[in-house]
Ligand binder design. Sequence first.
Ligand SMILES: [Zn+2]
Length: 439
Amino acid sequence: MKKTPLEDWIVNRTGIAAGNQAELEAYQLKKILETMDYARKNSAFYKNHLAVIGPGTINSLDDVKNIPFTTAEALQKAPYSFVCVPQQKIDRIVTLNTSGTNGERKRLFFTDQDLERTVDFFNYGMRSLTDRSDRVLVLLPGNTYGSIGDLLKKALARSGVPCTVFGLLTDLDEVEKTIEANQITCIVGIPIQVLYLSRMKSDVFKRRIRKLLLSTDYVPAAMVDELHLKFNCQVFTHYGMTEMGYGGGVECEAQNGYHLREADLYVEIVDPYSGAPVENGEYGEVVFTSLTREAMPLIRYRTGDIAAFSEKSCPCGTFLRTLKKVEGRFNNRIELDDDAFIELKRLDEMILRFEEIVDYQAVLDDDNRLNIEIALYNESHDAHIKEKLSTMIQEYIKNSFSITLEVNVSANQEKKPNQLKNSMFKRKIYDMRKERRNE
Ligand SMILES: [Zn+2]
């Protein structure tokens, strides 16, 4: 088994001695202090926010727990107050589609140097799965400068790996042609889109595709199993978000969790309710601090993602920590009356195992009715699927007597047969109960 290429990259970029965890921690502490200093001097938000931390009070990584969190809401409310550089130094602005209560949108800013660091991370991260014999297809947005597809293409070019950026999967026949014409062996994409492609174009998948990198969404285990067993693909997952500068961590050949971008990020897991750090092995919320960002450093940013650090060292032999696979997001669950939850992740595992299903949406309405709309690409099995799913989901929510379940099945075919709905790449449960709308 190949050791994660991120280890050499981190050792190289940080100047620590190979294999020395204590030196990596010392580097991270130094960078956290530098970032705080820089943010205090240059960002209106952090000037205020960090006023509670007196000089000389952060002396170890253990002290970092005393630094206040940065929330998504704060970022959404006043994104410009986070910016640390003059406007002419901003080379890319990303506006995220989650709008706040007053219609504010989260905006993220990057300088050329910030983007270069991401390219550098992608270059080494992609070596976890690709080598020069591979030809990569990217099913992510890539038309504009500094978009994720653009950065990936630049990164792969540095390793001499040919890369075609297609953009999001909209047209199955076009993607099939692109795979054939470019002799693609590896696809990078959003999990549910890649799954859909594999189901609709299984011949070309079987013949050509050896490796997959699934990114930007939590990946249901049922999906990894299906792709691995049916096509004998090696399925790697990537963990990242725009706030991290797109890239956060990538799996090694052990495929047992992510090694992190530790030269640029310091990652913690905290109890989502108390905010206190949790023990290794315990699940909690992922919190990160950027160590090298120029345009918009983020200090102890709460991601809303649920994960845990592994207690064991990775079979690939690296000294780096391993973050276990992300278990979804906190806001992807709905609290019911009796402290029970409906989780998107559980619905995913139940629903997506049916190969005929291409999409679904779950809505909990004001009458406490959970309505699940299922889209199939083939109507012939609908009665069978509806019955099986209703039983499974009913079993899952049976603790809550106030919920009634309604499963509706429709064929996807009335839309353009080869087109996917936008809802496919960020599924969520919609809580339409009046008194507690989520988001
Ligand atoms: Zn590893």
